[in-house]
Design a protein around this ligand. Sequence first.
Ligand code: NAP
Length: 253
Amino acid sequence: MILESFNLQNKVAIVTGCNTGLGQAIALGLAEAGCKVVGVNRSAPVQTMEKMEAAGYEFLDLRADLIKQDGIADIIKETLQRFNKIDILVNNAGIIRREDAFDFSEENWDDVMNVNTKTAFFMSQAVAKQFIAQKQGGKIINIASMLSFQGGIRVPSYTASKSALMGITKAMANEWAKFSINVNAIAPGYMATNNTTALRADEARNTAILERIPAERWGTPEDIAGPCVFLASEAANYIHGYTIAVDGGWLAR
Ligand code: NAP
């Protein structure tokens, strides 16, 4: 039965940055598909935990500041202590800093590159080693962006970080596909979350963005959950190194 290949019953999924926004919808979507979810956040994911509990889903709340990489070993250790295995990693945590390229500070460069790219890479490396030890393969899903494909305006480190994330998605896939590890990415379009509050508050930018989206609406966090469940499932076993745009048609324009 084809729908069985989308079933994630008893899979263990780590989702970074799931206290809100896309990460929360991804965590809930994976849980609904059958996963036990490990949420990695820098502050308590209060709302996510309430939703998980209300639905009766199993959720492990881990705390780490992903601007640094020194918490990664503990994330793996604590996940294994609780669930004995890892099947899925979603590198979702991300930040954006807006400043003209002329004035862009080194701090705004380093912080964004650290969270969006460096931590995503070293989390993937640590989880892939565990996948290999388990001998069952696994799924890594990176949350990229339209700015993996385009330049953007006033967000140079974000563009660099998300373009790099799409690049290393392919690089990791090339090395790990032979171990049945699928590394892919999702590139959300313009989604209504905290990340885009400033854009949506700017009337001129908001209008310009909406006019360019063929679907004529901002995306919602729930729009990302289905594609993420798909990439995390056996239905996607032969997809390696690909970045799926979930963008209301933005890139097709
Ligand atoms: P969001 O609401 O700002 O969520 C970002 C998540 O990352 C939050 O959980 C945040 O935690 C976490 N995070 C940030 N820095 C962290 C750190 N140092 N350590 C641990 N966690 C950290 O934004 P979102 O829109 O849902 O973004 C989710 C992902 O989608 C990001 O990678 C973003 O770049 C990407 N994306 C978003 C859009 C969009 O239109 N919204 C489009 C393309 C790509 P705190 O709440 O504690 O800060």
